[in-house]
Design a protein around this ligand. Structure first.
Ligand SMILES: *[C@@H]1O[C@H](CO)[C@@H](O)[C@H](O)[C@H]1NC(C)=O
Ligand SMILES: *[C@@H]1O[C@H](CO)[C@@H](O)[C@H](O)[C@H]1NC(C)=O
Length: 306
């Protein structure tokens, strides 16, 4: 009887954990448009804090998400499967599905009265043009779609790009497989304890600590609750501006790794930036006094303000 009870408890726990750890893979309705051109110049950078999407492994398989899906940046890095539906005029027959990673924000425009696709509460994907034309002719402009979350398939390890200054460390976490959307990051210098990092914007995580001269370890958690620890990813002589590879370790994914894009030349141009004033305030609040200068973001680049 006790054994049965234990087994029962195990099953309940197992069920609870499985439920808590899964991403929601149900299909939902949304719409899709495109931005940029076939080379994706306009889709680089963006509100998730990523940079050259070709170098970072995202390629052209990306989208900007409306407010309802972007979730203040916490959806950055999540992967979606999308199909064109209910539009016999524009959906390409048997087009199948596309898979994209969320890398940008499609901002609402409250002064517009027509074609306000990205305004809340609408679920909307502003796709790269090469992704859109897999589903419909570009002349369609906007198409009804059905989408679901899928696991992300990434090659190579999770990457950590370290920025900031001696008072403040900002780490961009990218190339994350599995659920893809990082929900928590902790950092540990070789002479320090584990410390909580806070989301600055997108997948940029910050801490107001001096960690120079220490090797750096990270604990990265994705939205499905999976945590991976990366010990001493950055050696003691790391420098701001460098990127470190998590030893080829990546979050597990059962998906095939078929959708990879090779590196291409690109011209990074327009970016969709977060309100930089808001970000300045957040940084002010987190830097311990007395900062010699304050730091703000302008189009994703840290700028120093006297
Ligand atoms: C996004 O952040 C703002 C300000 O930090 C907050 O007021 C708002 O509720 C957040 N929205 C969501 C969807 O989390
Ligand atoms: C918002 O829409 C208005 C009216 O169409 C337009 O003039 C304006 O440029 C748009 N703003 C942005 C940021 O796209």
């Amino acid at each position: 009887m006790a054994r049965f009870k234990n087994f029962f408890m195990f099953m309940v726990l197992h069920l609870l954990m499985t439920m808590a750890l899964a991403i929601d893979t149900a299909w939902y309705d949304a719409r899709a448009t495109f931005y940029g051109d076939m080379k994706g110049g306009d889709t680089m950078q963006g509100a998730c804090g990523y940079g050259d999407l070709f170098k970072q492994g995202y390629g052209l398989e990306t989208a900007a998400l409306s407010t309802a899906l972007f979730n203040n940046g916490s959806t950055c890095g999540a992967c979606f499967e999308i199909m064109c539906v209910n539009d016999p005029q524009w959906c390409i027959p048997n087009a199948g599905t596309i898979k994209i990673t969320a890398t940008n924000f499609c901002p609402p425009n409250f002064t517009k009265t027509t074609d306000v696709w990205c305004n809340p509460p609408q679920k909307h994907f502003d796709l790269s043009m090469p992704m859109f034309v897999k589903l419909a002719n570009y002349k369609a402009g906007v198409i009804p779609v059905r989408y679901r979350r899928v696991l992300c398939s990434k090659q190579g390890g999770v990457k950590f790009e370290i920025k900031g200054n001696r008072y403040w460390t900002l780490v961009t976490v990218y190339n994350v497989g599995g659920a893809g959307d990082v929900t928590d990051v902790k950092i540990k210098g070789s002479n320090s304890v584990w410390q909580q990092m806070n989301r600055n914007w997108g997948q940029n995580w910050q801490i107001g600590s001096a960690l120079a001269g220490q090797s750096l370890s990270f604990q990265v958690t994705t939205s499905d609750g999976k945590m991976v620890q990366f010990d001493n990813v950055a050696p003691v002589n790391w420098r701001f501006g460098q990127t470190f590879d998590g030893f080829g370790i990546h979050f597990q994914s059962s998906m095939s790794s078929s959708h990879r894009t090779s590196s291409l030349e690109l011209a990074a141009s327009r970016t969709t930036s977060f309100p930089s004033s808001m970000k300045c305030k957040e940084i002010h609040a987190r830097i311990h006094q007395p900062p010699p200068k304050s730091i703000c973001f302008l189009n994703q680049n840290p700028i120093h303000v006297n």
